[in-house]
Design a protein around this ligand. Structure first.
Ligand SMILES: Nc1nc2c(ncn2[C@@H]2O[C@H](COP(=O)(O)OP(=O)(O)OP(=O)(O)O)[C@@H](O)[C@H]2O)c(=O)[nH]1
Length: 432
């Protein structure tokens, strides 16, 4: 069931219940009041009749009995048009036995009254008491004294329900109609109010639902319209604030996440780089060389590995300074790096030693490239660093995957480097 339907039903039920309760209470109160007034009037009339009867005849017993009183009362009654119809129970009730307080009625009177003498001995029992019976204590409380010349000569007590007059019944019917009219009006009003109020509520809730779905989809910054100042408007405003805060926090977190990632990348980069030459370091080379070796073996592709060592580097340090030695290392690293392909791997392996891996490169090709590098190092204008500075490099190149591992290939290349050093330096020795 939709919220709107529930809202309308709640309003409808509340409205109907309120009207029914107020109307019902008013109707019951009115009926009671009418009944009371009617009873009061009847009692008044009966009381007057008894008073008049006793005043006229002196005493009840001395008189001519109940028929006489009945006839006496009939003569005092208002005309038939003013009188109400007899009560249903009166019509259904059998006439009281002779000698009882209630006369066998001819449709009159429409109410019961018990008449007792000054000693509470019943004279007219109204079908409840026998003649001569004592009036109960409870009935005595309701009994009204009949005084003649300042002396209590009898008691009159009401009995049963007084039937309203025709006019009173008409009043009550009009009131019932008004009550039904009120109920119908309340229902229509509740429906109209339900439609109007639930429309506003439904609209805001619809916006909120859409916004929550959008947030769930990833768009954290949402804004729903805030209409009015009620709780729903407060909810909408609180939602907007929450959405804004969430979006801001998410942005801040993303930024710090990016910074952390960048720092991690920087640290990772530092951990695989040589600080002096900015080439990769030995650790990185060893890891990558293993991968290149496995790839070459699996795909039966060529791979060449190289170790190069600057000749007489100790002498360069000693003769021209350690700083000059550093400059030489940086420059040699730059020459090597600038002549590599992206797929090639070059690293400073330690001290004045450099290593290179050439994937997809056969031995002759690698040896030729190394010789070219060697010549470039030799030809570099080192005199610009120091007038007497000369730098050369010896290299060993190995290209046989049968060595078994990248490390083993490197050892073979190192042996070839040794040979290059032994055979005069500034040269490339290769095998594989
Ligand atoms: N300036 C500088 N020197 C370094 C660095 N790392 C190692 N060295 C020096 O490099 C020199 C290497 O000397 P050796 O191993 O004797 O080799 P070499 O003098 O080049 O002799 P050969 O290799 O036989 O030609 C040592 O004196 C080290 O101190 C560095 O980062 N900077």
């Amino acid at each position: 069931m939709s919220l709107r339907t529930k809202f309308m039903l709640a309003l409808l039920l509340t409205g109907l219940a309120a009207v029914a309760m107020v109307g019902g209470l008013a109707y019951a109160g009115m009926t009671k009041k009418v009944d009371g007034m009617r009873r009061e009037r009847a009692a008044e009339h009966f009381h007057e009749s008894v008073t008049a009867y006793l005043a006229q005849y002196g005493s009840w017993e001395a008189n001519h009995g109940k028929e006489g009183f009945d006839a006496f009362m009939q003569s005092r009654r208002p005309s038939a048009g003013d009188r109400p119809p007899p009560p249903a129970d009166d019509r259904e009730r059998p006439p009281p036995p002779p000698g009882e307080g209630r006369p066998e009625h001819r449709g009159e009177p429409p109410y019961h009254f018990i008449l007792a003498d000054q000693d509470y001995r019943v004279l007219l029992g109204a079908g409840v008491y026998k003649h001569g019976e004592l009036l109960s204590e409870a009935a005595r409380k309701d009994a009204r004294a009949v005084e003649v010349h300042g002396r209590v000569v009898a008691y009159v007590s009401p009995e049963g329900v007084i039937t309203p007059s025709r006019q009173e019944l008409q009043y009550l019917a009009a009131m019932r109609d008004a009550l039904w009219f009120g109920v119908s009006g309340a229902a229509v009003l509740a429906l109209v109010l339900g439609v109007l109020l639930s429309r506003g509520l439904g609209r805001t809730l619809g916006h909120l639902t859409g916004a929550v779905r959008a947030m769930h989809g990833g768009s954290l910054l949402q804004r729903v319209p805030v209409e009015g100042k009620d709780e729903v408007a407060e909810l909408a405003a609180a939602f907007n604030a929450m959405s804004e805060k969430l979006a801001r926090t998410h942005e801040e977190l993303s930024e710090s996440h990016q910074t952390i990632l960048a720092q991690a990348e920087q640290m990772r980069e530092l951990s695989v780089r040589d600080a002096l030459t900015k080439l990769h370091n030995r650790r990185h080379f060893d890891e990558q060389a293993c991968t290149l070796f496995s790839h070459a073996v699996r795909h039966k592709r060529p791979l060449s590995v190289v170790i190069g060592d600057i000749d007489f580097f100790k002498k360069i340090n000693d003769q021209f300074s350690h700083a000059t030695g550093d400059t030489v290392l940086r420059q040699v690293g730059e020459i090597l790096r600038s002549h590599m392909r992206l797929s090639d791997l070059v690293a400073r392996y330690g001290g004045e030693e450099f290593v290179i891996a050439f994937p997809e490169t056969e031995l002759p090709q690698a040896a030729a490239l190394c010789d070219k590098l060697r010549a470039m190092i030799e030809a570099f204008p080192w005199h610009q660093v120091h007038p007497e500075l000369k730098v050369t490099m010896s290299m060993g190149v190995y290209a046989d995957l049968a060595a078994g591992t990248a490390e083993a290939m490197l050892q073979k290349a190192d042996a070839l480097l040794y040979r290059a050093k032994e055979t005069g330096r500034n040269r490339v020795c290769f095998a594989g």
